[in-house]
Write a new protein. Structure first.
Length: 257
């Protein structure tokens, strides 16, 4: 024996310690102090394998808790900073996720059960990041395994760059143009973000789009509607700071009509 499962059993017994916040967690000790709903047994196994393969050396504080996922700060074996996004299996709204997935021809054949849906969701974000990273600024995807996605960490001093929402637009015209240009480049390469807003844009040295799990290829049924919504969200946000062009006009520009 002496396999991974043995280790997992040992870790299981440590489960009563809860409440990870910002202390360093490493592979020998503390990884499973966190909440059960994130680190269920299969997720622990996935993380454990990623640790054995060097993709994760350490995990520290939780960066964000979202509707479907929790994001953690970590480092890989080479000391490179990573963001580890863990999609919760238990508490996800998988019916909604499933309906979003199968509208995308790439994932039409996804099995309709919770695990398949959540795993495919993580894989979809990974694939979308891969496509997007060729043409715009996004966190570089490293690996997706089951419900865990590892990507480049975007931030400073272990803190993510702030979202557009929290930053007073310094040069709104320029930022607006850059964002529309990124939407256009993404569309030209065949992808629509589909969940774009001031929350899913991080403002570092560059402007980064994040959160690509809903991203859909442009010949899926809903792609045009999603594109329109993305443009409207961005236009609405910037209308607080500048005279914005009519979103339909911007849309025509993106579609090259
Ligand atoms: N690659 C990353 N680098 C740094 N922080 C990140 C990264 N990805 C996500 N985050 C942080 O986690 C938050 C939630 O991530 P996001 O992908 O938008 O998930 P959700 O689906 O929960 O909205 C972001 O607002 C950001 O603060
Ligand atoms: Mg988000």
């Amino acid at each position: 024996m002496g396999g991974i499962e043995d280790h997992i059993d040992v870790y299981e017994k440590k489960e009563d310690i809860r409440g990870l916040k910002s202390e360093r967690v490493n592979k020998d000790s503390d990884i499973f102090k966190v909440r059960d709903e994130v680190f269920d047994q299969s997720t622990r196994l996935t993380i454990f394998k990623l640790m054995n393969n060097g993709y994760i050396e350490s995990l520290s504080g939780e960066i964000a808790t979202g509707k479907e996922a929790n994001v953690f700060y970590g480092k890989n074996r080479d000391g490179k900073e990573i963001a580890v996004k863990i999609y919760r299996i238990a508490t996800s709204n998988f019916n909604k996720m499933y309906s979003y997935l199968v509208g995308d021809p790439r994932f039409y054949y996804t099995k309709k059960d919770k695990r398949s849906t959540v795993f495919t969701w993580a894989k979809r974000e990974f694939k979308n990041l891969k496509i997007a990273s060729e043409v715009i600024n996004v966190p570089k995807p490293i690996i997706a395994r089951n419900n865990v996605l590892i990507m480049e960490f975007l931030g400073k001093n272990m803190k993510p760059y702030p979202p557009l929402k929290e930053i007073k637009a310094k040069n709104p015209e320029k930022e607006f143009d850059t964002i529309i240009e990124s939407i256009t480049k993404l569309y030209d390469t065949g992808l629509v973000h589909a969940d774009l807003s001031e929350y899913n844009i991080l403002m570092g040295k560059k402007i980064y789009f994040i959160d690509f799990a809903q991203g859909t290829i442009k010949n899926s049924i809903m792609a045009q509607d999603f594109l329109k919504r993305d443009v409207e969200n961005i236009t609405k946000y910037f209308s607080n700071y500048m005279d914005v062009p009519n979103p339909d006009e911007t849309l025509r520009g993106i579609l090259n009509e």
